[in-house]
Design a protein around this ligand. Structure first.
Ligand code: FDP
Length: 297
């Protein structure tokens, strides 16, 4: 089955929004394969250096979302402010056009993350206002994962430009695999160090690439494991709520996994700032519970 057929039972405007991201991903895929991996000489709203590819990918997403005619407001991790796109548009879209920028030059897998929110704007909303979310991975294959109101589905980009379904129903169960982000925090965060010891002493398999998208995607494909990115005083959490954490938590929870910001589900965290950063633990339910227990003692 291809992507448009899979989406055909979704509301028409939502199909348009998702297909806009799928089209943007195809174009970004082309740029990643050929564009320069150097810096653009600019910084994003977080003060991080932008690659030429970050800027290109950002532009592509905005263009495709505007063309869809259904997105009222779009917010990108690369921009300091949200943009008004279509008057009367039904949804708002948040996205990180190229997540894992530090992996581009070494040719490891990177991704695009997106969330489609009901209504205009993000402030005051929670991940419960998402109506769909997904991501793409640019690796040896280019894949597009979409979750609407049930389990996520994976599509793989074909040489003719079509998206072919490759995993119909992604499901997260239980299992010993860990992807521990921000290990620098262990120097001050002794609870995280204790959790690291627990994983190491109990036969867990370490699988960490340094790219949040592939690191979480493996949990969905293997059906098990945990991704964590807590913080400490000098190494605070850096992952962003609306561009990265809420959309990925939505996908993981739709697959039967769990998400946490150490206070509850990430889907209940209220957006109070477009640049809000949060602790994230996502994956198998028991592993997320364990992570919360260790990190909140
Ligand atoms: P990057 O800085 O390379 O863009 O979202 C940002 C991200 O990558 C994630 O993909 C990744 O999980 C995380 O940062 C890794 O950050 P550190 O290695 O700086 O801890």
């Amino acid at each position: 089955m291809n992507l448009p057929d899979h989406l055909s039972s979704a509301p028409e405007n939502l199909q348009k929004a998702i297909l806009a991201f799928a089209e943007a991903v195809k174009q970004i895929d082309g740029k990643i394969r050929t564009a320069e991996t150097s810096e653009a000489g600019s910084m994003n709203s977080f003060g991080e250096d932008q690659l030429k590819l970050d800027v290109l990918s950002d532009r592509i997403c905005f263009t495709e979302l505007e063309k869809s005619g259904v997105i009222a407001i779009a917010g990108s991790e690369e921009q300091s402010e949200e943009k008004v796109l279509t008057e009367g548009g039904e949804f708002s879209a948040s996205f990180d056009p190229l997540d894992g920028s530090s992996l581009v030059d070494v040719n490891l897998a990177v991704g695009t993350i997106f969330g489609i929110w009901q209504g205009k704007g993000f402030m005051g909303k929670t991940g419960r206002d998402l109506v769909a979310a997904g991501y793409a991975i640019y690796g040896p294959r280019t894949t597009f994962i979409i979750a609407i109101d049930s389990n996520p589905t994976e599509f793989t980009l074909q040489s003719d430009g079509n998206w072919k379904m490759t995993i119909e129903k992604m499901e997260i169960n239980e299992g010993k695999m860990f992807a521990p982000g921000n290990l620098r925090a262990c120097a001050e965060n002794k609870e995280y160090l204790a959790l690291l010891d627990f994983w190491s002493e109990n036969g867990y398999q370490l699988r960490y690439s340094g790219g949040m998208v592939p690191d979480i995607h493996q949990i969905l494909v293997k059906g098990k494991g945990i991704f964590s990115y807590p913080g400490s005083e000098s190494c605070p959490p850096k992952l962003r709520l609306i561009y990265e954490c809420a959309p990925l938590a939505y996908v993981v929870e739709k697959a039967g996994g769990a998400s946490s910001n150490l206070k509850g589900s990430l889907l209940d965290e209220k957006v109070e700032d477009l640049n809000q950063r949060t602790v994230i633990c996502v994956g198998s339910k028991n592993e997320v519970d364990r992570c919360v227990k260790f990190l909140t003692v």
